[in-house]
Design a binder for this molecule. Sequence first.
Ligand code: PY5
Length: 309
Amino acid sequence: MPKNKYAFFRGEIRPIEEAKVSVMTSAFNYGTGVFEGIRAFWNEEEKELFVFRMPEHYARFLRSCKILLLDLPYSVEDLCQITLELLRREGFQEDVYIRPLAYKASEEIGVRLHNLESDLAIFALPFEAYLPPGGIRAMVSSWRRIEDNAIPARAKITGAYVNSALAKTEAYLAGFDEAIVLNEDGQVAEGSAENLFLVRDGVLITPPITANILEGITRDTVMTLARDLGLPVVERPVDRTELYLAEEVFLTGTAAGLAPVVEIDHRKIGTGKPGPIFNSLRDLYERVVRGKEKKYRSWCTPVYSRPAA
Ligand code: PY5
């Protein structure tokens, strides 16, 4: 039994069993869809569910749509309202993961983006840990990150996740927890579904948005929190061997949260334990996402205390 009962599908909230597409669907055949991953966090003291940075996620969703010529009749505000309505119908009282999808819905042969119907689906389900807790053992993948001129990584394109899946499964089958993927220039891009940070000489470093990465919202959150904590933050190209020499390495993503990397290619990172900069950022992040830090409360949209639309 799925733990979620509903989906927004073909213009309305319906039972999840009705949210089904045909095998002839264009996006199923060619990967011509885009998606988001959004999380909502349960705050036990307030008995409230907070959606984290929802407008930012939907703004990125519409940017992904623009790149794939997906036309949706919804604004960021519309998408937020639909999501809140869906969450209220579900009535979750735990952490959840929200998955919006926009896709080429026409049922016909022909690889293209033009002259096809676009549609929207959204579902949400209780969240389960994406990466093992504790510390991650990673390998540098033999697969390279897709180039902006091949399949743009800054759009969350469903078909592009074949690249992530190849890297992730290679790492898993080799006995690692996660893959770190280099771009065609041989420099560090990101994890299979996370952005990457390293610490060198106390400076927090992350690859720039032109390194064929997803422009991560958790990445932006971490950079903002780090600067507010007075830490120097630099976006610059990163060489593979800098990973081995870093004091700390960690991954960031909606699903993954902040996850420490303790070993890469059989080299221990720093002391081999989560480092102090990581620990302070993760502690703050965990409070921020549950609406427990007043300064960042505007990032958290309450689900239940708002009047129903
Ligand atoms: N890089 C890639 C390739 C990603 O897929 C993701 C998110 C990130 C970075 C981090 O971006 P953000 O911080 O905005 O989430 N991955 C999705 C997620 O929900 C899909 C995971 C299955 O985390």
